[in-house]
Design a protein around this ligand. Sequence first.
Ligand SMILES: [Zn+2]
Length: 409
Amino acid sequence: MLRAARQGGAGVLGTLLTHWQQHAPREVILCQCGQRMSSRGRRSKGLLTTLGQVPLARSFYQCEHCRQGRFPDDQRLDIVNTAYSPGVRRLMARAGSQTQFEQAAEDLLCYAGLKVDAREIERVAEEAGRQVEQWLSDQQQQLLKTGATPSPALDPAANFYVSFDGTGVPVRKGELVGRRGKQADGSARTREAKLGCVFTQVGLDKEGYPQRDPDSTTYVGAIESSTLFGWRMYAEALRRGLDQAKTVIALTDGARYNRTIVQTYFPDATHIVDLFHAYEHLTAIAQILWGQEAKAPKAWRDLLEAGDISRLVRKAGKQLPASAKGKKSMLKQLRYFENNAQQMRYAEYREMNFFVGSGVVEAGCRTVIGERLKQSGMRWSVRGANAIIALRCCILSGRFEDFWASRTP
Ligand SMILES: [Zn+2]
């Protein structure tokens, strides 16, 4: 029955399209070069719609002056250079952003009765991702030029968080030329995708822990330089109402480029280094001193949680390992604490009811990037990965329908 209904629907759609073409007002079609284009008769193409295949014949226009050709109907219907209707492309993009392309092809067949090739899903999803990127970058330009109108309206009393982190995405060999990596021979297998999120905090939950505003988290991300990523992060924060926020908090791990981004784009923010990263560095010191199984003494952890970093460094630094290599890594760890001491005033942050962990962005790295881009056997091109990351950020930020509505001709 469903198949019959779809077939019937496709027939009706075909008739409607023909009717629409016959009753369209006659327009003069102008070429980009300014000359008038003339009709060269009709050409047919098959169009896959959500109802199934619909045959479509539309007029082909050509410029006598520069020989450029054009299908004006294709432009009106948003099907230039494609055999898929916008509705089908929207499904392909969504499906391809969610799971591997082969799986997405099976899902579309099962859920929507659409038979499309996995490679086509890949192509359409990546194209949509690049359009999302273009849409974001247009908005970004606009925001930076004219200032922000936050949407949705921001509660100025809410604590406003920006948080970012990186995660490795496995890429093809050609994308790694000249890059040093973590493999034993110094080669790399991944490129770092940076992910940022913006969220707000409404206060504390019943147990007294900071509570995130439900649905307040939006994501941006890409494999790109920290400078470009800084702009991306800043534009997203502006869009979310950075200007209106009274209290801005930047939550990061202690990586150096993170500090640069905070200092450059969020100079008024309270910068907090994730407490759990700090714990890990403390454990690393214990392991250098006492072996792989060692844990950091409670006294150290108490000092860290109190934010008393200078005492912590003095205490932990009293004993240096004998070997030169051990000494070197020990000093490196101690330097991490010294460099980040200002961002580790945890007692103070607790007093202010701030989040001190970057769990939100770390979970984001898993959901937005890991689950789709880091499955076994995957090797991405940077261009393809960035398109899918853009698409996923858009969908998981709840903005995909806005994007799709914005591109309707
Ligand atoms: Zn022309």
